[in-house]
Design a protein around this ligand. Structure first.
Ligand code: ADP
Length: 291
């Protein structure tokens, strides 16, 4: 059996040319997007998808042209949060048009075309050993999705990443050198520990991490307009990463996301969301200057 060290180049498979071609197609598709911001964590269930939708809405309210890419192909939820399940995919000028809500927010999520409880199938030629190929297939599928969309010109594309420290790092590398990241965390030792691992891995890869957003920073009692404690104070200190904002658990935000964010819904933003949006825009502007 050959080891990896015995294989010269791509072993004659042509895979390198295919990867290069896909990278070029993705770069060309995203050429009109000013900022590609990955919302990651490493930890699942900390509010990446909720924060992505809330930030998307907040940016849109400020007049920015925004779209969301749901990179969580295994657990897509942006289509549901945006009320775009079953929305038809129609051709645009250079690929498929971004499915859009009436308020203008675009959302590309495979939750739009997976009906009911269906999940994305990633079969492979290696019968019985599909697991060998699945992670590669997943990124390749994401690449095909990115390359097939007519993104047009956007101020910000928010990318909702799947969980997993290695997955976070792989997505950052795969989506190209232009991307920047924001890491979501919650004030618990467990979450901070996982996010610290993601941060260390991303820094090893020299990825640009703009900052963190602490989600579920208390419970927002809307009627009393105050923030109540939610978690016991963590023992582990905060991550060494600029804090863009702290957003509390807000039942109204959870309700809106579950309800597909009705277009006529007027959310008075939970404390911290506007500040996080301001700080994100400032960090993006600063990153643009130093790039
Ligand atoms: P992740 O994308 O990191 O897996 P989700 O965004 O899906 O996490 O959040 C998990 C659940 O917690 C969702 O059902 C969501 O409604 C709820 N949630 C997360 N953050 C908030 C928040 N700040 N306010 C209210 N609900 C939240």
């Amino acid at each position: 059996m050959k080891t990896y060290f015995d294989v010269q180049g791509d072993g004659g498979s042509g895979i390198v040319a295919q990867v290069t071609a896909q990278r070029e197609a993705m770069t060309a598709a995203l050429a009109g997007v000013r900022h590609v911001v990955l919302i990651g964590s490493g930890k699942g269930g900390v509010g990446k998808s909720t924060a992505t939708m809330a930030l998307g809405q907040s940016l849109r309210r400020r007049g920015k042209t925004v779209a969301i890419l749901d990179a969580d192909l295994n657990g897509p939820c942006q289509a549901q949060m945006a009320g775009l399940e079953g929305a038809p995919w129609v051709p645009g000028l250079r690929g498929l048009a971004i499915p859009r809500r009436r308020d203008g927010l675009g959302v590309v999520s495979c939750g739009s075309f997976l009906e009911g409880a269906a999940s994305l199938e990633l079969p492979s030629v290696a019968q019985g050993d599909e697991h060998v190929w699945r992670a590669t297939r997943e990124l390749t599928t994401l690449g095909q999705l990115v390359a097939s969309i007519d993104w047009g010109s956007l101020d910000v594309l928010l990318v909702d990443l799947p969980p997993g420290t290695e997955s976070t790092r792989q997505h950052a590398a795969f989506l190209g050198p232009r991307v920047v990241l924001v890491l979501l965390t919650i004030p618990t030792d467990v979450a901070r520990g996982v996010v610290a691992r993601s941060l260390a891995a991303l820094r090893r890869d020299r990825a640009v991490v703009l900052g963190q957003i602490e989600n579920m920073a208390g419970y927002y009692h809307r009627a009393e307009e105050r923030i109540l404690p939610l978690f016991p104070p963590p023992r582990r200190g905060e991550l060494e990463l600029p804090l863009l904002g702290r957003i509390p658990f807000d039942p109204e935000l959870a309700r809106l996301c579950d309800a597909g964010w009705p277009s006529d819904a007027e959310l008075s933003p939970p404390p911290g969301l506007e500040e996080a949006t301001d700080n994100l825009l400032q960090a993006l502007a600063a990153a643009e200057i130093t790039a």
